[in-house]
Ligand binder design. Structure first.
Ligand code: PMP
Length: 419
């Protein structure tokens, strides 16, 4: 590590304390971003195959300009009438199937999930929530109880039940486990409020529900009196390629949809989309005001993202390049038995590493070594899943074939080194 980085690291630890974590054995300190590239202070380019927030590319000029222009004009809140939030809401809602026809804006995905749960609890009168076994849904105290991936030592709250992710590689028991969890809530006299799932199951290890199982799970929850909340913070805004929203990989339409991360390409903007009847019931009983949520600058940033997503056809790109990358990864898998499974949708890819095909034992240490080896080769990826043995490849949607080839070449070299 160079002396500047060492010094910054020490100051950071001193000032920020223990709960902050950094990626990589050798921390990475970018100073500039453009498209799929991040640059360090020496101008060395790193291929970003990890950051889904800068979904339309780092520092996209359309977003920078939108933020700058609106900041210079006016920035207030939603207690004044301003067209920016209305224009954006109408445009965003045109991207959703009926009956999803209302939007409330927040600043973060956590706030969106928190609000969705408040609505669900208000409308259903229940409190019980089902989330996956290694879910992550946000930072508030309510959401920390619904985010077992935060720490193995967190006790499960009495109203929460954990269900299996749809893991087709190790045995898929998703629907069955939703059924059991609902029965267990009932046995304990707890009324269900919601099934809250990330449609790409990113923290669980990147999985895709198949054969209508999301619809079956939602149906079970609805029959029990609860709602289906789709957390689109990860799969939303075209990332999964074949569809705009992750939930559209199935036929079932959620009651509420939560949005975040890519919505503002780095500007903190998020929201809840849902059926107006639900917002009506909630809104008649209590008001919602979020000081920064839906401010004109945020709305202009979000509008610019939506425009670029359409103009640059980035969802189709996610589909094509995602397919190309998965094909390349499967070609590598034929040469490296450590690659047990290549999965995902669009430009959200999981590569599960194992000790041997016979045991499929999770290769956690090798995965860490691959992530760090790739960082040394100037390609940024990460790892996910309860055992940390799934490479998470989730680049900005402007990733192209040359970028994919570079990633595959560096992964090949990294895996060769490790063998
Ligand atoms: N839901 C999911 C699935 C997420 O991945 C995250 C963030 N990693 C959140 C919610 C919370 O979003 P935020 O960090 O914006 O609060």
């Amino acid at each position: 590590m160079n002396p500047d980085t060492t010094q910054l690291l020490a100051r950071r630890q001193q000032a920020l304390g223990a709960s902050y974590r950094l990626f990589y054995e050798e921390p990475f300190a970018p100073v500039r971003g453009e498209g799929v590239w991040l640059y360090d202070q020496h101008g060395t380019p790193y291929l970003d195959a990890y950051n889904n927030v800068a979904s339309i590319g780092h520092c996209h000029p359309a977003v920078v300009q939108a933020i700058a222009e609106q900041s210079a004009q006016l920035n207030t809140h939603t207690r004044y009438l301003h067209p920016s939030i209305v224009d954006y809401a109408e445009d965003l809602l045109s991207e959703f199937p009926a009956p999803l026809n209302n939007l409330t804006m927040t600043c973060t995905g956590s706030e969106a999930n928190d609000l969705a749960l408040r609505i669900a609890q208000c409308v259903t009168g229940g409190t019980g929530v089902l989330v996956t076994r290694w879910a992550y849904h946000g930072v508030s105290s309510v959401l920390a109880q619904l985010s077992p991936s935060l720490a193995t030592s967190l006790p499960t709250a009495p109203h929460v039940r954990l269900v299996d992710a749809p893991d087709a590689y190790r045995g898929n028991t998703f629907v069955h486990s939703v059924k059991s969890a609902l029965a267990d809530l009932q046995a304990h006299g707890i009324r269900p409020a919601a099934l809250l799932v990330d449609g790409i199951f990113s923290s669980d290890g990147v999985f895709s529900p198949v054969n209508g199982e999301l619809a079956q799970a939602a149906q079970l929850m609805r029959e029990a009196g609860g709602l289906y909340i789709a957390d689109e913070v990860q799969p939303g805004f075209g990332r999964t390629g074949a569809q705009r929203w992750g939930f559209q990989c199935d036929t079932v339409i959620p009651d509420l949809v939560t949005l975040g991360k890519p919505m503002g390409n780095g500007h903190p903007v998020a929201g809840v989309v849902g059926r107006s009847e639900l917002f009506d019931v909630f809104g008649r009983q209590q008001r919602y005001f979020n000081t920064y949520g839906g401010n004109p600058v945020s709305c202009k940033a979000a509008q610019a993202v939506l425009n670029v997503l359409r103009e640059e056809n980035l969802q189709a790109n996610a589909q094509t390049i995602g397919e190309y990358l998965r094909h390349g990864l499967r070609t590598l898998a034929a040469r490296y038995p450590a690659i047990g499974d290549v999965r995902g949708q669009g430009l959200f890819i999981g590569v599960e590493l194992i000790d041997s095909p016979a045991t499929r034992a999770p290769a956690t240490q090798i995965t860490t070594a691959v992530v760090n080896g790739m960082r040394r080769r100037q390609v940024l990826i990460s790892a996910t899943g309860p055992r940390g043995n799934v490479l998470k490849i989730r680049p900005p949607l402007v990733f192209n074939r040359e970028h994919a080839d570079l990633l595959l070449e560096r992964l090949d070299a990294t895996l060769t080194d490790l063998h």
